[in-house]
Design a protein around this ligand. Sequence first.
Ligand code: AHR
Length: 803
Amino acid sequence: MSKAILPLVAAAALAAAEPATLTVHVDRDGATISPTLFGIFFEEINRGGDGGLYAEMVENRSFEDDAHHPVSWSGLGRERLVLDRDRPINPRNPTALRIDLGPTGGGVANVGFRGAGAGGAGVPWETKPQPMTAGLAIRKGAVYRLSLHVRGGNGFGGALTARLEGRTGAILATAAINGIDTDWKKQELELVATEGDQTARLVLEATGGGSVWIDMVSLFPQETWKGHGLRMDLAEMVAGMKPRFVRFPGGCFVEGDRLANAVRWKDTIGPVEERVGNWCIWGYRTTGGFGAHEFLQWCEDLGAEPLYVINCGMAHADHVPMERMQEWVQDALDLIEYARGPVDSKWGAMRAKAGHPAPFRLNHLQIGNENGGPIYHERYALFHDAIKAKHPDIKLVACVWGGVPTNRPLDIIDEHYYNTPRFFRERADMYDSYDRGGSKVYVGEYAVTQQCGLGNADAALGEAAYMTGLERNADHVVMASYAPLFVNPTWRRWNPNAIVFDQGRCYGTPSYHVQALFANHVGDVVCPSELALPPSAGDMPAGGISLGTWLTQAEYRDVRVERAGTVLFDSSRDRGLKPWRRHGGDWSEVDGALRQTSDKENLLIATGDAGWGPEYTLTLKARKLGGKEGFIIGFQLADDREHHWLNLGGWGNAQHGLEGIGEVKKVDGRIEDNRWYDIRIELKGQEVVCSLDGREILRQAQKPARSLFAVASRTKDGRELILKVVNTGAQAMETAIAITGAKSLQPSGKGWSILAGHPADENTFERPRNVAAAAIPVTGVAPRFVRSFPARSVTVLRLGMER
Ligand code: AHR
């Protein structure tokens, strides 16, 4: 979407002449806000842990990533590199690298976590490469700790040196590795960088002949967050989100594609060289370095509640038979003991050995991720009974995939939502009417994942609107976390994410800034409020068109889109398939018609964009060639794949219907084979009028989307009112604010606002704070005052008061 279309997008907003009104009752109490409301979900995805937050700089440090090649390592040119499984450093780390030196020596280099190329087959963001040069980000003056296991043989009698080398070959730091003999020895040394370079490499070079074996080659900056092994800048970004809990370590990562790749926490504790990494479902091997202990420590350092997600004996493609589940249930009990058992217990002693004799906090445990059905329910019951019997205080989080388990009482259920900005705006009130009697809710994963670019302002605004509802209902929605947290763009397997990073830089997407703003300004008790919008306020849907089929072959011609005398599209001018974006199907141009011949579901081509606005008339001819249904014609599409369409001959060729505008409106009707139909869709004001062969068949009104959202809360002591107002619309909203029940109000307060010029605005490495929170002046506060909330903004006002 280009910025040039801004005036047209703005035209999609209807003018709001009268102000909105927001009445806040500070003398009444709404929900008591859960102290764990806003947290984070860390998943090992997109290189978020290994190669990300976990400060290890060497990729494939233990040579276990690939059985055939020492991936990420390259030779210096005079040697032969061999993956060697004779005499491993320990049985859990079976592979080492043997460097057969040439007569003049040789060596290896590692450039850190290389990119794997953005996206994967068929993911839309694949087309947006984010070029980055791999390398180690070395800071001038910083100290780096190198450790490795090394031995020599086959006549090796030379010397081995380690160095950090800049892109042009300049030596940034160097140190000798002495005392190499024929037995494995762990060597530890410091490299002090005399210069900086963002694309450096680690080089290990030997002189003389013979062979050198190396394993567990690890390079860490000396300075890590709170001294606990996390990359400073990324950990600071997370701390800026003020998370009250951390869900860890996934997601689908926990499940694994198969059980063989499921996360087992016991493989992630103890000396790092004895940890067994696993193949991560998101396309790379993990080291287990960022394991259960590091997670608990991280939570302690953040002052956040840990929420560990334990595999429930189910992977995506297989599951543990019930008779072997005991081992998996025991894993959960042992994890609890590791976290909070006494130092003389088996697992508590392991924790103490790892440097933390005092118990960690652990009050929550999630049983599985996105698991469901009878297989999950019977396994959930096993975990529930065993854990509750020993640790009745632990709150269990259950999955509700495909139905809520009913065989055991549930503490908290985990709901996940990924959708469009509109979806989230429309659900800002969804928890207002939730049954309070049932289990509490954890919205464990939510994010706008459509119409979101690589993380744009519109996505963040949709999420902010939705979050006002989470906060208003935070007695019932006790936890919520945006997902996912991190992405290295060259390893992007999910889009979008909160924090974007490369080896040396990072920034937050607009969603990150919304998360941080909400979590940094949350009160203790909700103040009930009423928000009334003038009837004309809000945005109409706006955008392009699509031509599609469902289990049907069909062709389209004479496609024309006209807005007030301007031709936006004309297939006799905009010829062939070139102007169309394809989303499945076998499309070709035959005698001037656009023909689709596959018999699969939901195949379409689309054209146009938000610049077309909400009002236009689409006319076309369509002919069915075969198959089960008729034609699907999309309109006002912000996203090509949105189900906002006229479905002719849908529902098994029995009905015509308008879908995507509130309740589906249908009339009986069918589409015959081999007959050209004239179709017309007129979008005018708030109405959609559809005609077939000159006869009106469907007419439906669509309301402008609500564009203003608010929530108010107060601190426990009643001395501060925190107002959050989200304006997702394209125009500023004058709002008459009435604060009732306060004995006094301070005339000025504090405020922050996130502002976006355009829905498609994003942050980048070059413009990291293009859409970010900034302080705003707050004056003129009174029991009744008027404030204008700018178009596309999220505002927080903190007002001093006495109640
Ligand atoms: O957040 C990304 C993925 O989305 C998680 O792994 C999974 O739980 C969900 O499907």
